[in-house]
Write a protein that binds this ligand. Structure first.
Ligand code: UDP
Length: 245
């Protein structure tokens, strides 16, 4: 990477650099992993490249299905070029099966399959520990207008349908995921950030002595085994699937 590119922002798992074109940025995936609002930290060599490949492949797949995203083109093994967007400070979480925080905060039993996917909105604010929001709070806080919120919900449900199918093709169950949206230089709302095993729960549907195996960041959160092995498994299954179609 050209080291003259100015670092615009450094997050927990990515760095954003300016590109020559001011309407674009370079998104570089780091090998760092954090959990529990960065209370747990580690580095996994190769994670950046794996997440970059997985994220790019998913963005390209979504673009082919008419979902607007910030993705433009590949840049290096661990970076891609994207539209420069103003991130909307919401973590949009979709749940197909109950797991994680929803089971800690309610009496919903882990593993419960939802008839309709549940969308939860969280305020993207580390200091406040990303609190759960309501639709009325989002409007009161002027984060979005009503029509923008409706659009984001529609896009998120479409993304869920497309990706549930995508992952079931490679024998993986999409349990839940988090996405972020942004406004591009034309003011259009597009899917932004990343889509990688850092931000979703992916359960292996391949027989494993009746045991559910997590192929996502829960491996790091709860010490469930080698993270790179799981992310490589996803990447390899995606590559094999692409080459067979
Ligand atoms: N998630 C995320 N970033 C966050 C919080 C959650 O990417 O700051 C993802 C997480 O990986 C999972 C989904 O959103 O796929 C739902 O997470 P949950 O609310 O269950 O929180 P957790 O149990 O992970 O704390």
């Amino acid at each position: 990477m050209n080291t003259n590119n100015e670092l615009i922002y450094e997050g927990k798992a990515k760095k954003i650099f300016a590109n020559k074109n001011p309407k674009e940025v370079i998104i570089k995936f780091k090998d760092d992993a954090t959990a529990f609002n960065a209370a747990k930290k580690s580095t996994f060599e190769g994670k950046g490249e794996l997440n970059c490949f997985i994220s790019q492949t998913i963005f390209k797949h979504l673009i082919n299905q008419n979902i607007p995203t910030h993705y433009i083109h590949s840049h290096s093994k661990s970076s891609f070029i994207a539209q420069r967007v103003e991130i909307i400070p919401l973590e949009v979480v979709v749940r197909n099966t109950a797991y994680g925080s929803i089971c800690k905060q309610t009496n919903i039993v882990p593993g419960t399959i939802f008839k309709d996917p549940l969308i939860d909105f969280y305020f993207k604010d580390d200091e406040l520990n990303d609190p759960l929001l309501t639709i009325d709070r989002i409007l009161l806080m002027n984060i979005l207008e009503q029509d923008e919120l409706i659009l984001i919900k529609e896009l998120t449900l479409k993304i869920n349908l497309i990706l549930k199918k995508f992952f079931s093709n490679i024998q993986i169950k999409l349990v839940d995921f988090k996405v972020e949206f942004g406004k591009n230089p034309n003011g259009k709302i597009v899917l932004a950030d990343e889509f990688s095993p850092d931000n979703c729960r992916l359960w292996d549907l391949k027989e494993n002595n009746g045991k559910i195996e997590s192929l996502d960041k829960d491996r790091f959160r709860h010490d469930l085994g080698d993270l790179i092995e799981a992310y490589s498994e996803i990447s390899n299954r995606i590559k094999n699937f692409i080459s067979s179609t």
